[in-house]
Design a protein. Structure first.
Length: 319
């Protein structure tokens, strides 16, 4: 099963309409019951939707209390700075999240504080990408890339080969690297998140790696505190000229929201059959900065971008 390396372009007819801000009620977070890691998402207990604020008519109350037309099965939006929750859908329901996993991969590597370290691309990445028909940065075995360059390959084209290379280079074994990811999740108090691998591919099962809207927004906030992470995920593309230690590379960002929504700052796309199309995103308008996520947005990649735009439009109006 393929994790797409490129996502289709989102077209928002008539442009994006922005309105003046009005108050919104804060959604309640409801912790779910514990469950086995491999239980499918359909059997997990959903958290309650946010409670509508009181308005003069039912129609006005519905329009003001949540962003309309969002198809994602799970979603959340918060103030990036304070963590104040503005709206959510199934906030604590655990779901697979595809390549959003790579945000944690990047965070573990960045916290190792060795971005100039050179890592050799192992020959095994070719078979690994082929086995899973995975998204790839097109890395050439034998090339030596710095950690910073590998992070570009990881986050922009969603390179599973870059994730494999980093996991190989930053732990005694790749299994040990995944253990570091889960330890970092525990340190961040992401109680409903578990990683079974370093790239979000559906192995050993489609639902073995999972998280929740609440946890993923918290992960995004933690990663965006690092200037190097922010400087990578807000790029539409990145070119690495050839050198004696590596080939020439040109990577485009799979996050098309950067092109379609003014003020977008990142962060990461994701998709598998079980996860659907997912997007962890952050955007700024004036002094307001919002961070959010959509999980399992319908059947097309453009829906995740459309869902994110609707949530951001609503969030900026209801700050």
């Amino acid at each position: 099963m393929r994790v797409p390396a490129r996502l289709s372009v989102l077209c928002l007819a008539g442009g994006l309409v922005f309105a003046q801000a009005v108050p919104a009620a804060q959604a309640a977070r409801t912790a779910p019951a514990a469950r086995a890691h491999t239980a499918p998402p359909a059997h997990r207990t959903p958290a309650a939707h946010s409670t509508p604020a009181a308005h003069s008519t039912p129609a006005a109350r519905a329009a003001a209390s949540y962003p309309g037309g969002v198809q994602a099965r799970g979603a959340a939006v918060e103030h990036a700075g304070t963590g104040k929750l503005l709206w959510s859908r199934h906030l604590n329901t655990e779901r697979p999240m595809g390549s959003i996993t790579k945000v944690m991969t990047a965070l573990v590597v960045i916290r190792a504080q060795d971005l100039t370290r050179k890592v050799k691309v192992p020959a095994a990445v070719v078979a690994y990408v082929r086995k899973y028909d995975a998204s790839s940065a097109g890395l050439h075995p034998g090339d030596w890339l710095t950690t910073r360059e590998l992070l570009e390959a990881l986050m922009l084209p969603s390179g599973c080969d870059a994730a494999y290379t980093l996991a190989t280079g930053y732990a005694a074994t790749r299994k040990a690297f995944v253990a570091k990811m889960n330890a970092e999740a525990a340190a961040l108090h992401l109680a409903h998140t578990h990683f079974s691998n370093y790239d979000g591919l559906p192995w050993p099962t489609e639902t073995a790696s999972y998280s929740t809207p609440a946890d993923l927004v918290a992960l995004g906030r933690a990663a965006m505190k690092y200037p190097v992470f922010r400087s990578i995920v807000d790029q539409r593309s990145y070119q690495l000229p050839a050198s004696p230690r590596h080939h020439h590379y040109f990577w485009k960002n799979t996050n098309l929201l950067l092109r379609q929504y003014p003020g977008t700052l990142g962060i990461k796309t994701g998709s598998t059959r079980a996860a659907g199309y997912c997007l962890l995103f952050e955007a700024r308008r004036g002094k307001i900065q919002l961070i959010g996520v959509v999980l399992h947005s319908a059947t097309t990649s453009s829906t995740a971008f459309s869902d994110a735009a609707k949530i951001l439009n609503w969030g900026f109006r209801h700050d």
